[in-house]
Structure formats: structure tokens, C-alpha cells
Design a protein around this ligand. Sequence first.
Ligand SMILES: [Zn+2]
Length: 566
Amino acid sequence: MLKPLNRIVQKLGVKTLYYLFIAVNLIPSLFLVFTEPYNMPGKVALLLFPIGVLLILLSLLKRAGLVKLFLLPLFFFHAFQLVVFSLFKEDVVAVDMFLNLTTTNASEANELLSSILAPTILACLIYIVTIILVIAEFRARKYYTKSFLKTNLIVGFILTVVSFTLFPVSKDYNTEEFDLHTNIYPINVLYNMGFAINKMGKIIDYSKTSGNFSFQASRDASKSENDIYILVVGETSRADNWGIYGYERQTTPNLSNDSNLIVFRDALTQSNTTHKSVSIILSPASAQNYDQIYSQKGILAAFDEAGFETIFLSNQARNSSFIEYFGDQAHHTEYYRDNESTKNHYDEVLLERIKYYVDAANKPTFIVVHTYGSHFNYGERYPSEFAKFQPDHFSAIEVANRDRMVNAYDNSILYTDHILHEITTILNQSNKSSAMLYLSDHGEDIMDDRRNRFLHASPNPTYYQLRIPFIVWFSPKYQNTHTQKVELVKANKNKPVSSNMVFPTLLDIANIETPFLEKDLSLANSAFTLQERMYLDDHDDPIHYTKTNLKEEDKAMLLKRRISKY
Ligand SMILES: [Zn+2]
């Protein structure tokens, strides 16, 4: 094994290997030149900077291969970056992708990775061959000549200086800015990793930083009537595939016939990732003030303070995020999916538990239900009797299979319609004053246009990831006793709404009072005012949803579906 490798090193020579190493490191940058929305100086800087720095670093030590050994960890980022390319066709590894490495459960990762196997293997192959060559070169004890190193050092220095002088005239058309830590690979990816580690630390410290928090929530005792409120958080369900949202297929036959339902036709999420979106849904935090999440508690704690029995039922796995922390603030917390077993439960596993708690309720009760909804792999989300749209089996994620993928996805919506109908049936049968609010955490791309984008949680959202179903259901009894609130919710149904409105709206519906209820955000309040709809970006800053690098295809859909610019 070693001898042939030595021969390859001899034959190529240390100088060729020197430049080959730089070339291999430039593969991601070459992709980015084509994908990133930079002006010409920005694109030039994107290439010159890594070339310059690599020339300098590789010229620091005479022994061939030694500096390269220290730089090998970069290959982890390159491989990760190439996987991101094959998934999203643009962008660098984001903060959320580093966090998802720790929050995504094993079966989820397998589902994902198997669908992008070919490009992943190719990328890994290139880097593995390079790693072997670097080790062989180091063991061969070869040395660069002084003049070779000196020339490259000078060239490297000049290229680095030139790239820095380009910065002031460089521009990222998205942000209208340009700087090293957001625009130059791999500096931006290293920065994102640092950001992710820092954020992970804050998440781990959450119990300490939020321990003394109180909503100071209360409720008028005269309004306590053993009422029941259920918040259902959907997964990866996009409004465009819902019958009640105008889809040509009838995927929501039950909800379409429910006169107690109020449909918000123009609803957007504040994040396209589960852990951020659901955290916002379950708390007073929003894109506008996301950092307050570290010092506050969630919606279950607010209902608890107001005297409610609180229950959190989840068909997702625990993932050490705020979803888990907020869920644990309930009196009863139950999970039906775990990281160890690959056992797949349909969302109906939650129904009998909901029925149990509704039937047992002898005081005001609040239930949060976290479903698995339409999460990939779609075909595994519904039992066979809901496989109405056929064929729904596909082995590979490719354009040729798009119709089958959409069939499976639509079947999962059909099943969601059934689940929601069953929940309202349970509430109806209880004969209590009750309400249910359902929304999805984000949408999904299913190769909808020539971009052939797939899944969600990409660094930049698309129209299909942003637009979500958002519905409110009131029992006849609630409608009789809260005419005004129901009328207010109805009056707002065509207004532009956002996922951060769930917290104030639900508290308002349940007559809970707390200084943390922002009435202008409550859809059940006369103080409700139209809000600029913000999106939580990768560095946890708010940006208006129209500034999220939406493409022509997205803008066309926003126009077609008459989504407000608010
Ligand atoms: Zn999700």
C-alpha cells in the first residue's frame, strides 16, 4: 500500500501536489462563484481570498505535507458544503445546519442522506484520495525549495491584499453589504459554526436563565368553566396542497365541511426550520425579539399559571431544543417517537391520548399536540386507507418521480384532515366550551419549478416553505358564550398573519391576562393591527420576508396567491 503511494508522490512531485491541494480546497468556492448573488468584484474576492491565504499558509513550513495535515479538518466543511449544494443548489452551511446535526434524530438523518447519496459519495471520494496523498507526502519526507516557498508566499500575500481592497466595492445583492464573515467561504462557515456553538451554550443554560421567570398570568374566576383549548402544531404542511386553500385536489374533505372553522388564507411562518418555528409558536418570542426566548417560559407555563391543567403530546422525538424545554413545562408530557427505536407511529397515536385527557378533564385544560404531519418520507406518514392518490411509492428523489412524491404528500394532508377532524369530534362530544388552533411549522419544496428544490430548512426560504395553513375552530358552546371574540377572529381571517401570533391569540381566546400578551398581535382582539411579517434569519436577526432572497419563481407564486406584502 505504501510503496505505490510513494511512487505517486515521486511521480507527481511536491510542487504539483502543492497546487493540487489548493485546487481541491477551491471546489466549494468555485460553486459559490456561480450560486451567490454577488457583483463581479465580490465574486473575484470569493476566489482570490482562499487562494491567497492557502498560498501563504502552505508556504510557512518547508516540509511537504506538514501544513496540509493541519488543514485537513477543512475537508469536513468542504464535504458538508457540497452536500448543501446538492440539496439546495446555493448557499453556505448555515448555523441551523450545525445545530440540526445535534437535534435531528438518527432515522431522520438516514432518510435524508440516502436521498443524496451519489453526490455525497463523490465528494467524500475526492477528499479521501487527497487525505491519503497528503499522508503519503508527509511520510515521504520531501522538502520544498526556499525559492518556491518565497515566490508563493509573495503571490499569496498580494492576492490576499487585492481581495481585501475589493471588499469596499463588493456587494451581496441580498443584504446590500459585503464582509469577510458572511460572504467569504470558508470563513463564513467557520463563523456559523462558532455562532452555533455559542447558541448551543445558551440553550444548555436555559433552565438557569429562565428559572425565575413568571408570566404573572391570571384569569377571571367567573370565566373558568372547565373549558378546553388545543393547539395542534403541524409538520411540513404547506397551504398550497390543502383543499380548503384552493388546491385542485380535495385533500381536506372533512375540514371543508366544517362550519365551525375559520381559515386564515394568508399565513406565513417566521422560520423554515422546525426547532425555531415551533419555539416561536410555543412562546412569546418572535423573529423581532428572538433572544428573549432564553429568559422566558413557554405557552404551557402561561396556561399553568392561569390555573389550567396542561398537557404536551408529541409524535416527534425529544431533541434538546426549546420545543422539548417548553413541552416539559406541562403537567403531563408524553412522547411517542424516540431516537433509539425506528418504530413509526402515525399521528393517530395521539388521538386516544387527547380523548383520554379531554374525557378526564375536571378543570380548565390546555393541550399542545406536536404531530409528525407531512415530514419526509411522506409515504410513511399515513395508513393504507388514506393512500387515495396513486401511485404513491417512489424509490429515488428525482424529478421523474415528482408525481408520485406529490401523491404521497397529498395523502399525508388527507390524513392530517382526518386527524384534525377527529380532534374536533372529541371536543364536540365533550360538550364543553372549547377551541382548537392548528398551524404548520413551515412548508416544503417538492420540486415545484425549474429549480427542482426539495425539502425545507434551506438557508433561504422559498414561497412553498413560507406559506402555511393556519386555522381556528370554535365549539358551538364557545361561540355562544364568546360571540365577540369569535367575530373578531372571523373579521381577521383575510388579513396577513404570521406564526408569532399564536401565543397572544390563544391566551386571548382562553381569557388569560398577562403583561406578556401583546394585544396588537392577537387575532381575537380589537386592538389587532397589521404587522410587517418578519422572518428569523440564520443569525437570529429579523428580516422582512420579502428580503429573504426569494427568487422570481417565489415572487410569481406570492402574486398568484395574492399574499400580502405586509
Ligand atoms: Zn418542521
